[in-house]
Design a protein around this ligand. Sequence first.
Ligand code: Q46
Ligand code: ZN
Ligand code: ZN
Length: 319
Amino acid sequence: MKCKKCGAPAVINMRQHRLALCGEHFLEWVPEQMQRAIEHYHMFTPEEKVLVAVSGGKDSLSLWDILLRQGYATEGIYINLGIPDGDYSNLSQQKVEQFAAQHNAAFRVVNVKAEYGQSIPEVARRKRGRSVCGTCGLIKRHVMNQIACEGGFAALATGHNLDDEVSFLFQNTLHWATGYLARQAPVLPASRAGLSRKVKPLVRLYEREMAAYALVRGIDYIYEECPHAKGATTLVNKELFDRLELSSPGAKQQFYLGFLQARNEGRLLSPEASAVELHACEQCGQPTTAPGLCAFCRLWTEGNPRSDREHGGTPNGAQ
Ligand code: Q46
Ligand code: ZN
Ligand code: ZN
Protein backbone atom coordinates (compact mmCIF):
# COMPACT_ATOMS: atom_id res chain seq x y z
CA MET A 1 0.00 0.00 0.00
CA LYS A 2 1.37 3.40 -1.00
CA CYS A 3 0.79 6.91 0.34
CA LYS A 4 -1.84 8.66 -1.75
CA LYS A 5 0.10 11.92 -1.52
CA CYS A 6 3.71 10.93 -2.24
CA GLY A 7 3.81 7.26 -3.20
CA ALA A 8 6.05 6.26 -0.26
CA PRO A 9 5.09 3.11 1.71
CA ALA A 10 1.92 3.82 3.73
CA VAL A 11 1.79 3.36 7.50
CA ILE A 12 -2.01 3.38 7.64
CA ASN A 13 -4.92 2.64 5.35
CA MET A 14 -8.15 4.39 6.34
CA ARG A 15 -10.79 2.49 4.40
CA GLN A 16 -13.60 4.83 5.42
CA HIS A 17 -11.74 7.71 3.76
CA ARG A 18 -10.24 5.58 0.95
CA LEU A 19 -6.95 7.06 2.05
CA ALA A 20 -3.56 5.48 2.72
CA LEU A 21 -0.77 7.72 4.02
CA CYS A 22 2.92 7.52 4.84
CA GLY A 23 4.13 8.56 8.31
CA GLU A 24 4.99 12.10 7.31
CA HIS A 25 1.68 12.80 5.60
CA PHE A 26 -0.30 11.05 8.31
CA LEU A 27 1.30 13.35 10.92
CA GLU A 28 0.04 16.28 8.87
CA TRP A 29 -3.38 14.81 8.20
CA VAL A 30 -4.41 14.13 11.84
CA PRO A 31 -3.86 17.74 13.04
CA GLU A 32 -5.72 19.01 9.96
CA GLN A 33 -8.72 16.86 10.87
CA MET A 34 -8.61 18.08 14.44
CA GLN A 35 -8.28 21.71 13.38
CA ARG A 36 -11.30 21.31 11.12
CA ALA A 37 -13.36 19.99 14.02
CA ILE A 38 -12.20 22.85 16.30
CA GLU A 39 -13.33 25.40 13.72
CA HIS A 40 -16.46 23.61 12.52
CA TYR A 41 -17.89 23.26 16.03
CA HIS A 42 -16.49 26.60 17.26
CA MET A 43 -14.62 24.94 20.12
CA PHE A 44 -12.07 27.66 20.93
CA THR A 45 -9.79 30.17 19.26
CA PRO A 46 -5.98 30.49 19.39
CA GLU A 47 -6.43 33.46 21.75
CA GLU A 48 -8.30 31.38 24.34
CA LYS A 49 -6.74 29.40 27.19
CA VAL A 50 -7.58 25.69 27.11
CA LEU A 51 -7.35 23.19 29.96
CA VAL A 52 -6.49 19.73 28.58
CA ALA A 53 -7.54 16.70 30.62
CA VAL A 54 -4.70 14.20 30.33
CA SER A 55 -4.80 10.63 31.57
CA GLY A 56 -1.44 9.40 30.28
CA GLY A 57 -3.19 7.44 27.49
CA LYS A 58 -2.72 7.77 23.73
CA ASP A 59 -5.74 9.97 23.01
CA SER A 60 -5.25 12.70 25.59
CA LEU A 61 -1.47 12.90 25.15
CA SER A 62 -1.86 13.03 21.36
CA LEU A 63 -4.51 15.73 21.74
CA TRP A 64 -2.18 17.77 23.93
CA ASP A 65 0.72 17.15 21.54
CA ILE A 66 -1.24 18.46 18.55
CA LEU A 67 -2.62 21.48 20.41
CA LEU A 68 0.89 22.42 21.55
CA ARG A 69 2.28 22.02 18.04
CA GLN A 70 -0.53 24.16 16.63
CA GLY A 71 0.42 26.88 19.09
CA TYR A 72 -2.68 26.81 21.30
CA ALA A 73 -2.37 28.15 24.84
CA THR A 74 -2.86 25.01 26.90
CA GLU A 75 -2.34 23.71 30.38
CA GLY A 76 -2.64 20.02 31.20
CA ILE A 77 -4.45 18.56 34.18
CA TYR A 78 -3.84 15.08 35.49
CA ILE A 79 -6.10 13.64 38.17
CA ASN A 80 -4.43 10.89 40.18
CA LEU A 81 -7.31 8.56 41.04
CA GLY A 82 -5.27 6.39 43.42
CA ILE A 83 -5.86 3.14 41.52
CA PRO A 84 -3.33 0.74 43.04
CA ASP A 85 -3.59 -2.23 40.63
CA GLY A 86 -0.31 -2.48 38.75
CA ASP A 87 0.52 0.96 40.15
CA TYR A 88 -1.75 2.22 37.36
CA SER A 89 -2.33 5.78 38.59
CA ASN A 90 1.30 6.49 39.47
CA LEU A 91 2.60 5.05 36.20
CA SER A 92 0.08 7.13 34.24
CA GLN A 93 1.17 10.23 36.14
CA GLN A 94 4.79 9.50 35.26
CA LYS A 95 3.89 9.38 31.54
CA VAL A 96 2.19 12.76 31.82
CA GLU A 97 5.11 14.28 33.74
CA GLN A 98 7.57 12.92 31.18
CA PHE A 99 5.53 14.31 28.28
CA ALA A 100 5.16 17.72 29.93
CA ALA A 101 8.89 17.91 30.63
CA GLN A 102 9.75 16.98 27.02
CA HIS A 103 7.43 19.67 25.67
CA ASN A 104 8.11 22.21 28.37
CA ALA A 105 4.36 22.35 28.89
CA ALA A 106 2.47 23.66 31.91
CA PHE A 107 0.41 21.14 33.85
CA ARG A 108 -0.99 20.46 37.28
CA VAL A 109 -1.80 17.31 39.21
CA VAL A 110 -4.73 16.79 41.53
CA ASN A 111 -4.22 13.78 43.78
CA VAL A 112 -7.68 12.75 44.94
CA LYS A 113 -6.51 11.00 48.11
CA ALA A 114 -4.15 13.80 49.15
CA GLU A 115 -6.77 16.45 48.40
CA TYR A 116 -9.95 14.83 49.73
CA GLY A 117 -8.81 12.02 52.05
CA GLN A 118 -9.62 8.89 50.04
CA SER A 119 -8.71 7.39 46.68
CA ILE A 120 -11.44 6.59 44.16
CA PRO A 121 -11.57 2.82 44.99
CA GLU A 122 -11.72 3.71 48.70
CA VAL A 123 -14.64 6.10 48.20
CA ALA A 124 -16.47 3.48 46.13
CA ARG A 125 -15.93 0.90 48.89
CA ARG A 126 -17.20 3.33 51.55
CA LYS A 127 -20.24 4.17 49.43
CA ARG A 128 -21.36 0.59 48.95
CA GLY A 129 -23.41 0.25 45.82
CA ARG A 130 -21.51 2.94 43.97
CA SER A 131 -19.39 1.62 41.16
CA VAL A 132 -15.72 2.61 40.93
CA CYS A 133 -16.27 4.03 37.44
CA GLY A 134 -19.40 5.96 38.46
CA THR A 135 -17.51 7.48 41.39
CA CYS A 136 -14.50 8.19 39.21
CA GLY A 137 -16.57 9.95 36.53
CA LEU A 138 -18.35 12.10 39.09
CA ILE A 139 -15.13 13.18 40.82
CA LYS A 140 -13.23 13.84 37.59
CA ARG A 141 -16.07 15.93 36.13
CA HIS A 142 -16.37 18.00 39.28
CA VAL A 143 -12.64 18.63 39.78
CA MET A 144 -11.98 19.47 36.13
CA ASN A 145 -14.97 21.78 35.92
CA GLN A 146 -13.92 23.57 39.09
CA ILE A 147 -10.34 24.09 37.90
CA ALA A 148 -11.45 25.21 34.43
CA CYS A 149 -13.83 27.79 35.93
CA GLU A 150 -11.53 29.07 38.66
CA GLY A 151 -8.47 29.15 36.39
CA GLY A 152 -10.20 31.31 33.80
CA PHE A 153 -9.95 28.69 31.04
CA ALA A 154 -12.22 29.24 28.05
CA ALA A 155 -12.66 25.51 27.54
CA LEU A 156 -11.93 22.10 28.99
CA ALA A 157 -10.71 19.71 26.27
CA THR A 158 -10.90 15.93 26.58
CA GLY A 159 -9.43 13.24 24.34
CA HIS A 160 -12.69 11.47 23.44
CA ASN A 161 -12.38 10.02 19.97
CA LEU A 162 -15.04 8.90 17.51
CA ASP A 163 -15.10 5.34 18.88
CA ASP A 164 -15.77 6.68 22.40
CA GLU A 165 -18.61 8.85 21.14
CA VAL A 166 -20.10 5.99 19.11
CA SER A 167 -20.02 3.78 22.19
CA PHE A 168 -21.75 6.44 24.36
CA LEU A 169 -24.31 7.10 21.65
CA PHE A 170 -25.10 3.42 21.28
CA GLN A 171 -25.42 3.01 25.04
CA ASN A 172 -27.70 6.03 25.33
CA THR A 173 -29.82 4.82 22.42
CA LEU A 174 -30.07 1.33 23.89
CA HIS A 175 -31.56 2.88 27.03
CA TRP A 176 -33.37 5.71 25.21
CA ALA A 177 -31.70 8.09 27.63
CA THR A 178 -33.11 11.19 25.98
CA GLY A 179 -31.48 13.62 28.43
CA TYR A 180 -28.03 12.26 27.61
CA LEU A 181 -28.87 12.04 23.91
CA ALA A 182 -29.86 15.69 23.96
CA ARG A 183 -26.57 16.73 25.51
CA GLN A 184 -24.08 14.43 23.76
CA ALA A 185 -22.13 16.81 21.57
CA PRO A 186 -18.64 17.83 20.41
CA VAL A 187 -19.13 21.09 22.34
CA LEU A 188 -21.15 21.68 25.48
CA PRO A 189 -21.40 25.43 26.00
CA ALA A 190 -20.91 27.00 29.41
CA SER A 191 -24.64 27.47 29.71
CA ARG A 192 -24.48 29.08 33.14
CA ALA A 193 -22.07 30.44 35.72
CA GLY A 194 -20.02 27.68 37.33
CA LEU A 195 -20.05 25.48 34.23
CA SER A 196 -17.07 25.37 31.89
CA ARG A 197 -17.29 24.86 28.13
CA LYS A 198 -16.47 21.21 27.34
CA VAL A 199 -14.92 20.35 23.99
CA LYS A 200 -13.83 17.15 22.23
CA PRO A 201 -11.43 18.06 19.41
CA LEU A 202 -10.79 14.40 18.42
CA VAL A 203 -14.44 13.66 17.88
CA ARG A 204 -14.02 12.90 14.16
CA LEU A 205 -10.92 10.74 14.51
CA TYR A 206 -11.06 6.97 14.89
CA GLU A 207 -9.37 5.30 17.85
CA ARG A 208 -6.99 3.39 15.57
CA GLU A 209 -5.99 6.67 13.94
CA MET A 210 -5.10 8.12 17.33
CA ALA A 211 -3.15 4.99 18.27
CA ALA A 212 -1.26 5.29 14.98
CA TYR A 213 -0.63 9.00 15.57
CA ALA A 214 0.87 8.33 19.01
CA LEU A 215 3.02 5.53 17.61
CA VAL A 216 4.32 7.42 14.57
CA ARG A 217 4.90 10.57 16.63
CA GLY A 218 6.77 8.53 19.24
CA ILE A 219 4.59 9.53 22.19
CA ASP A 220 5.30 7.39 25.22
CA TYR A 221 1.90 6.64 26.70
CA ILE A 222 0.46 4.09 29.10
CA TYR A 223 -0.59 1.08 27.01
CA GLU A 224 -2.61 -0.67 29.68
CA GLU A 225 -6.26 0.21 30.02
CA CYS A 226 -7.41 1.25 33.48
CA PRO A 227 -7.96 -2.06 35.38
CA HIS A 228 -11.58 -1.03 35.98
CA ALA A 229 -12.24 -0.76 32.24
CA LYS A 230 -12.10 -4.55 31.84
CA GLY A 231 -15.47 -5.87 30.74
CA ALA A 232 -16.93 -2.36 30.72
CA THR A 233 -19.83 -1.76 28.36
CA THR A 234 -17.72 0.81 26.50
CA LEU A 235 -15.28 -1.90 25.45
CA VAL A 236 -18.07 -4.32 24.54
CA ASN A 237 -19.75 -1.65 22.40
CA LYS A 238 -16.45 -0.81 20.75
CA GLU A 239 -15.90 -4.45 19.76
CA LEU A 240 -19.40 -4.52 18.30
CA PHE A 241 -18.77 -1.44 16.20
CA ASP A 242 -15.31 -2.68 15.14
CA ARG A 243 -17.09 -5.69 13.63
CA LEU A 244 -19.59 -3.43 11.88
CA GLU A 245 -16.85 -1.18 10.58
CA LEU A 246 -15.00 -4.16 9.15
CA SER A 247 -17.89 -5.15 6.93
CA SER A 248 -19.05 -1.61 6.32
CA PRO A 249 -16.23 0.97 6.39
CA GLY A 250 -17.46 4.33 7.65
CA ALA A 251 -20.30 2.83 9.74
CA LYS A 252 -19.06 4.47 12.96
CA GLN A 253 -18.75 7.85 11.38
CA GLN A 254 -22.15 7.57 9.74
CA PHE A 255 -23.84 6.56 12.99
CA TYR A 256 -22.37 9.46 14.98
CA LEU A 257 -22.37 12.28 12.44
CA GLY A 258 -25.82 11.23 11.19
CA PHE A 259 -27.11 11.48 14.76
CA LEU A 260 -25.65 14.98 15.24
CA GLN A 261 -27.18 16.15 11.98
CA ALA A 262 -30.62 14.70 12.63
CA ARG A 263 -30.71 16.17 16.13
CA ASN A 264 -29.50 19.58 15.02
CA GLU A 265 -32.18 19.67 12.36
CA GLY A 266 -34.78 18.92 15.06
CA ARG A 267 -35.70 15.54 13.55
CA LEU A 268 -34.91 13.54 16.68
CA LEU A 269 -35.70 15.04 20.05
CA SER A 270 -38.04 17.65 21.36
CA PRO A 271 -36.39 20.73 22.97
CA GLU A 272 -37.75 19.59 26.37
CA ALA A 273 -35.40 16.59 26.27
CA SER A 274 -32.45 18.82 27.07
CA ALA A 275 -34.22 21.07 29.55
CA VAL A 276 -32.75 20.51 33.01
CA GLU A 277 -33.32 22.81 35.90
CA LEU A 278 -30.08 23.55 37.74
CA HIS A 279 -29.44 24.90 41.23
CA ALA A 280 -26.21 26.05 42.85
CA CYS A 281 -24.84 23.49 45.35
CA GLU A 282 -25.14 24.82 48.90
CA GLN A 283 -21.56 23.87 49.67
CA CYS A 284 -19.37 24.27 46.58
CA GLY A 285 -21.60 26.42 44.39
CA GLN A 286 -21.32 24.20 41.32
CA PRO A 287 -24.56 23.61 39.39
CA THR A 288 -26.56 20.55 40.41
CA THR A 289 -29.90 19.11 39.33
CA ALA A 290 -31.36 18.65 42.82
CA PRO A 291 -31.53 21.45 45.41
CA GLY A 292 -29.13 21.10 48.38
CA LEU A 293 -25.74 19.46 48.05
CA CYS A 294 -24.39 18.31 44.69
CA ALA A 295 -23.52 14.62 44.22
CA PHE A 296 -19.80 15.40 44.66
CA CYS A 297 -20.27 17.10 48.02
CA ARG A 298 -22.60 14.34 49.21
CA LEU A 299 -19.87 11.86 48.37
CA TRP A 300 -17.54 13.40 50.93
CA THR A 301 -19.93 14.31 53.72
CA GLU A 302 -20.90 10.88 55.08
CA GLY A 303 -18.31 8.58 56.57
CA ASN A 304 -15.24 10.27 55.14
CA PRO A 305 -12.36 9.60 57.55
CA ARG A 306 -10.99 13.05 56.92
CA SER A 307 -12.83 15.59 59.04
CA ASP A 308 -14.66 18.50 57.48
CA ARG A 309 -12.50 20.88 59.49
CA GLU A 310 -9.48 20.11 57.34
CA HIS A 311 -11.35 21.48 54.37
CA GLY A 312 -13.15 24.21 56.20
CA GLY A 313 -16.41 22.42 55.50
CA THR A 314 -15.90 22.54 51.75
CA PRO A 315 -14.61 19.25 50.42
CA ASN A 316 -13.04 20.75 47.31
CA GLY A 317 -11.44 23.61 49.15
CA ALA A 318 -13.80 26.22 47.67
CA GLN A 319 -14.79 28.98 50.01
S1 Q46 B 1 -10.47 5.74 34.66
FE1 Q46 B 1 -12.14 5.88 36.05
FE2 Q46 B 1 -12.25 5.08 33.50
FE3 Q46 B 1 -10.78 3.68 35.29
S2 Q46 B 1 -12.05 3.95 37.10
FE4 Q46 B 1 -13.46 3.61 35.42
S3 Q46 B 1 -13.97 5.68 34.80
S4 Q46 B 1 -12.18 2.82 33.78
S5 Q46 B 1 -12.45 6.51 31.86
ZN1 ZN C 1 3.35 10.54 1.83
ZN1 ZN D 1 -21.14 20.70 45.77
